[in-house]
Design a protein around this ligand. Structure first.
Ligand SMILES: Nc1ncnc2c1ncn2[C@@H]1O[C@H](COP(=O)(O)OP(=O)(O)OP(=O)(O)O)[C@@H](O)[C@H]1O
Length: 323
């Protein structure tokens, strides 16, 4: 499936017409004969956060590393702030920050020394006054990087990434290892960054992180984008579910003709439907007309978790790797 996912800013309407800060169309990346990314399209404007989700080995990190300029694309058009990220990596360096899965900072420097060194290397970009405070690490400023916990190191990575006030920020699983409070604090920090006009591309395995933050998201599987859109659009791509307990004497033949798929197990009725409102209306009218009391009535759109599980279960691709 090939689509271009262009998002409109819900947070900052002034940026809605801006050109994409990050763009990929038909991106393909190989490791030898192995096609790891097979035609990915995505677009992120200033003031937007795009979450890239996917199964293990789906190609998220490869996609992000290519957009970061760490590797050359094998095919497709990609740009970051209007430039080729591989050829213009040095020119983009001041405006683009990234938090990789593994950071390579010197274990012997303290957090504060690491930040000073980073700022020295990136002088010319003025960011927040105290990025260590922004990630709640002030109290660990004089601790050596090698002695920070995994979650604290992720927060230091983030402090360095925001210290240069980037226009584009790539985050590869930024909250892995963080405790729930640190994670929520990081989410608030990212929301502020996006509100200030930064374009953020984030990979994560935490679906609630995408639900919480993403203006737009894509779920990758086997090198391709299986489904993409806003959280609501992605949920709507999968059948919603109506459930209730019927009075015992009802047989399946007397049920109304639902648009969705019906299953009746004893007295438990389930309807899986892409027309939730219409089928719910049908059920309620039928129950009223027949003076029936429906027990345990529920009606809900699919959750991101259900869509993800469906993507994982479906062989959406038959690619050149035969996967
Ligand atoms: N250096 C490499 N050499 C060969 N194959 C690689 C290399 N790096 C990644 N791959 C393969 O490419 C595919 C995509 O990997 P990638 O790391 O991009 O996936 P991912 O979606 O980030 O996975 P995860 O969620 O597990 O981190 C995987 O099948 C992986 O084994």
């Amino acid at each position: 499936m090939t689509r271009t996912h262009t998002v409109s800013s819900r947070r900052n309407p002034e940026l809605a017409g801006a050109r994409p800060a990050i763009h990929a169309s038909g991106l393909r990346c190989r490791y030898g004969d192995y096609l790891a990314v097979d035609g990915v399209d995505l677009s992120v404007r200033p003031g937007e956060l795009f979450a890239l989700l996917g199964t293990n080995g789906a190609g998220k990190t490869t996609t992000v590393e290519t957009l970061e300029g760490h590797r050359r694309a094998d095919a497709g058009d990609i740009s970051v702030l209007g430039r080729d990220p591989y050829r213009h990596r040095r020119q983009l360096a001041g405006q683009v920050s990234m938090v990789l899965q593994e950071s390579g900072f010197t274990a012997n420097l303290t957090a504060a020394e690491t930040l000073r060194l980073w700022r020295h290397l990136n002088r010319g970009r003025t960011g927040p006054a105290d990025p260590l405070a922004d990630v709640d690490l002030s109290h660990r400023a004089d601790v050596r990087v090698g002695q920070l916990s995994g979650g604290e190191r992720r927060r230091l990575d983030l402090a360095l990434a925001i210290s240069t006030a980037p226009s584009v920020l790539f985050l590869d699983e930024p909250t892995t290892g963080m405790d729930p409070t640190s994670r929520e604090r990081t989410w608030a920090l990212l929301r502020n960054l996006v509100d200030s006009g930064c374009a953020v591309l984030l990979t994560t395995h935490y679906l609630e992180e995408a639900e919480e933050l993403a203006d737009h998201l894509a779920i990758m599987h086997k090198g391709r984008v299986a489904v993409a859109g806003t959280v609501a659009q992605v949920a709507a791509s999968h059948a919603a579910k109506i459930g209730c307990a019927l009075p015992a004497a009802i047989d399946a033949a007397s049920l109304p003709r639902f648009d969705g798929d019906v299953s009746l197990m004893d007295d438990a009725l389930t309807v899986r439907t892409t027309r939730l409102q219409a089928d719910l209306h049908l059920l309620l009218n039928w129950a009223n007309d027949n003076r029936l009391d429906l027990g345990q009535l529920t009606a809900a759109e699919a959750s991101l978790r259900e869509v993800f599980a469906a993507v994982q279960a479906t062989d959406i691709t038959t690619d050149t790797n035969g996967r």
